[in-house]
Design a protein around this ligand. Structure first.
Ligand code: URA
Length: 315
């Protein structure tokens, strides 16, 4: 039985590693499978502590170690095995993310201090050593941890890297105008990026590059923890990379997907064009498309929309 289990574990790990090497960042696990995995985990944790297989911890594993503690996802086969062999040392099965209704809810000051703790951890991150060397600083995220609306971008650019805040350059100024036109402010929403460090451009002192799948995968638990703490009602994914980073799959451009709500573990995601794209393509039709995406979000959130707001970029 134990041997069969080890074999099954081997095959599962190999399969997950193959998906990971193809750039896949998340997997979907049904609620039933989650229950089975939790039960298996509890039994093994109890066995490791020398307790009876049937005795259960007083609280579910995920509450024993808050997700915002953000233990790095297992990177190697040995670490994955270690997590299973020593469940007491690593009680949270961090890769089994689940859906929004499964996530612990932190309110008020508890949420704020959890985010502050996460921020401290992310600011000191050196998981991508090349980025840790090239960056001026980590760009964590900005806004309210109680926001109902969260914007997700790609990665910091040069201005963000210098100032330590997402979306403060030209694209950021456009994003700020969009947010304000919706009747909101940078303080009442939350703004983050898939990658928290500026992608390096070796040999060049300027320019941007797209984050690599490995960089996105490495940074993904941080975005995940931000989303888990904030629990926004809606996520807005700005551009192809943000959609790919959130949904964990590659898409062939955002044109077909934009304007149509997607699902991120129970949270609606509105894909729209990245503000940089709008700056590069300043046609009114493109601005209107972005604005229509925002109107859909506002409607979904039950926000009041004036006639004037509805008409923007139509004339
Ligand atoms: N573009 C992004 O995607 N994020 C930023 O923070 C700035 C520009």
């Amino acid at each position: 039985m134990a041997y069969a289990f080890e074999q099954l574990l081997d095959v599962t790990i190999e399969h997950l590693e193959a998906l990971k090497s193809e750039g896949r960042m998340t997997i979907d696990v049904s609620a039933d499978s989650m229950d089975v995995l939790r039960e298996m985990y509890r039994s093994r944790a109890a066995a490791a502590r020398g307790l009876s297989q049937t005795s259960k911890p007083s609280a579910p594993a995920r509450i024993q170690k808050p997700v915002f503690d953000s233990t790095p996802s297992p990177q190697t086969r040995e670490e994955v095995r270690g997590a299973v062999a020593e469940p007491v040392a690593q009680p949270e099965v961090t890769d089994l993310i689940g859906r929004v209704e499964d996530w612990p809810v932190l309110e008020g000051a508890q949420r704020e201090s959890a985010m502050a703790k996460l921020r401290e951890q992310v600011l000191a991150c050196t998981r991508c050593s090349h980025l840790a060397q090239s960056r001026t600083q980590v760009v964590f995220g900005v806004g309210s941890v109680h926001a109902e609306l969260m914007f997700v971008g790609e990665a910091p650019g040069m201005d963000e890297d210098r100032q330590g805040e997402p979306f403060v350059g030209k694209a950021g100024q456009l994003l700020t105008r969009i947010i304000e036109t919706m009747g909101l402010s940078r303080d009442t929403v939350y703004i983050g990026n898939v990658l928290k460090c500026r992608p390096d451009t070796p040999g060049k002192s300027f320019g941007n590059r797209k984050p690599t799948p490995m960089e996105m995968q490495t940074c993904w638990p941080y975005l995940m923890d931000q989303i888990k703490l904030i629990r926004p009602k809606v996520l807005i994914a700005l551009g192809t990379t943000a959609v790919e980073g959130l949904l964990g799959k590659s898409i062939k451009g955002i044109t077909r997907m934009r304007g149509n709500f997607q699902d991120f573990r129970g949270i609606p995601v509105m894909p729209t064009y990245h503000p940089s794209y709008v700056l590069r393509n300043p046609a009114k039709a493109i601005k209107r498309q972005v604005w229509e995406d925002m109107l859909k979000v506002m409607e979904f959130m039950g926000m009041e929309i004036s006639d004037q707001q509805r008409q923007f970029f139509t004339k």
